[in-house]
Design a protein around this ligand. Structure first.
Ligand SMILES: Cc1cc2nc3c(=O)[nH]c(=O)nc-3n(C[C@H](O)[C@H](O)[C@H](O)COP(=O)(O)OP(=O)(O)OC[C@H]3O[C@@H](n4cnc5c(N)ncnc54)[C@H](O)[C@@H]3O)c2cc1C
Length: 394
């Protein structure tokens, strides 16, 4: 039997692994943590909605069949000509490789941004965001420095907007806890582009902006960050904002291992793949999710999303089965289901299958999308075990 190696247990890697398990094809999955975290929901625990437990699951709870071998390791490099990958803990050979190691932050060369900002991209970084903000509020209670209560979120795409929505509900609780007047808090969302949430149409963007503003978020578009220092953000206008919490959500690029190994990549570092999701350089390597540059119907690379990663993960297994059975592979085509952005626990905006939706209806649909992924991974029992995702505890 061919040796199949999956790198990464995010949305793409887990979708592929679950399908491999169902098809009873042996495989090995390597991930830097023993757990899979729900990246698309990380703004919720980071922004204080709940504790962290509902937002991750041990990989071994999901991939529990004899066909699955789970290895906890961090991959350091790829050696495609020898069909090997090199991790901190050892070398791994393969006949077929599924590369699903996600993305890396894009800092656009802005001086100081990488050094002085927090990120929201993993369970660990989500915990850092939450504990840092808590700590700043505690310190304010002692020294009354206004910068402690000023939070700057760079980027008003899905991640930045959803995080601001959560924080707008959580910060008043913290203020109450530390006996701080709420009007001392400043939550600022900076965006270099003229609009927030560029993937949504204008009417929905206006609704989102209106909700954020009513929740007390200062949304400032056309504001380019040009430098970040310790506790300070400088804008292109020359304005300097003193803030003890700076969170960068403004961009991602592909995992750098692909470019480092000499794969043909686009300017964002994503490996170019053909219509079957094989790397254009190596037909035994499939690249999926945020690391893949797949050209969509409009001639442009499809934007990186969890739904794309999941669909690619499932498709790749179909093509692997075809290859193993000497049958022709199928072309990948993306079935865009829509985008939903939550703005706090009660309001969402977005489009689903071409229909615009907002308010409580959109929130119900967003909650349904959580259940769908849990069902894919572990059926109803996982939905039941992670049901705290559907409530608010703080
Ligand atoms: C706050 C937030 C909200 C989002 N909301 C949405 C949304 O509503 N809808 C949507 O479609 N998308 C959303 N996204 C984007 C979505 O999360 C990503 O597009 C998706 O996670 C990409 O899946 P992936 O499988 O390519 O990578 P990932 O899910 O990032 O998985 C990569 C995996 O590889 C592991 N890994 C990385 N490097 C190594 C290494 N060197 N060695 C071993 N393991 C490694 C990581 O730990 C991770 O488990 C959101 C993202 C964020 C941050």
């Amino acid at each position: 039997m061919a040796k199949v190696l999956i790198l990464g247990a995010g949305y793409g890697g887990m979708a592929a692994a679950v399908k491999m398990q169902k098809a009873r094809i042996p495989f090995t999955i390597i991930n830097k943590h023993s757990y899979h975290y729900f990246t698309t929901l990380l703004h919720e625990p980071a922004g204080g909605r709940n504790d962290f437990d509902p937002y991750y699951v041990e990989i071994s709870e999901v991939l529990n069949s004899p066909e699955a071998t789970i290895v906890k390791d961090t991959i350091k490099s790829l050696n495609p000509s020898e069909k090997k990958v090199i991790g901190e803990g050892g070398e791994y050979s393969y006949d077929y490789l599924i590369f699903a190691l996600g993305n890396a932050p894009e800092f656009f060369g802005i001086p100081g941004l990488a050094e002085h900002s927090l990120l929201l991209r993993s369970l660990e970084t989500a915990k850092e965001v939450r504990s840092h903000i808590d700590e700043m509020f505690a310190l304010y209670a002692a020294d009354k420095d206004p910068a402690r209560l000023r939070i700057v979120v760079g980027g008003a795409g899905l991640t930045g907007v959803e995080l601001c929505g959560e924080l707008s509900e959580y910060l008043p609780h913290l203020a109450h806890k530390y006996k701080i007047p709420e009007d001392k808090i400043e939550l600022i969302n900076l965006e270099a582009a003229p609009t927030i949430l560029p993937m949504l149409d204008e009417r929905l963007r206006e609704t989102a902006l209106d909700v954020l503003t009513r929740k007390g978020v200062q949304v400032r578009t056309n504001e380019k960050i040009v430098r970040v220092g310790e506790n300070e953000v400088e804008l292109a206008t020359g304005e300097k904002i003193e803030a003890n919490t700076i969170i960068w959500t403004g961009g991602v690029r592909a995992n750098p291992l692909l470019a480092e190994a000499g794969f043909d990549c686009d300017p964002r570092g994503r490996a170019k793949v053909n219509e079957f999701l094989q790397s254009v350089n190596y037909e035994d390597i499939f690249v999926i999710g945020d690391s893949a540059c797949f050209i969509g119907e409009d001639g442009r690379p499809l934007p990186p999303t969890a739904q794309l990663a999941g669909q690619m993960g499932e498709h790749v297994v179909e093509n692997l089965k075809a290859l193993m059975n000497g049958q022709p592979m199928k072309k990948f085509s993306f079935n865009y289901m829509g985008t939903l952005a939550s703005i706090g626990s009660e309001v969402s905006v977005g489009n689903v299958k071409g229909f615009k939706t907002k308010g409580v209806t959109a929130t119900v649909l967003k909650e349904a999308s959580k259940a769908k992924w849990l069902m894919t991974l572990g059926g109803l029992s996982l939905v039941a075990r992670k049901n705290k995702q559907f409530t608010r505890s703080h």
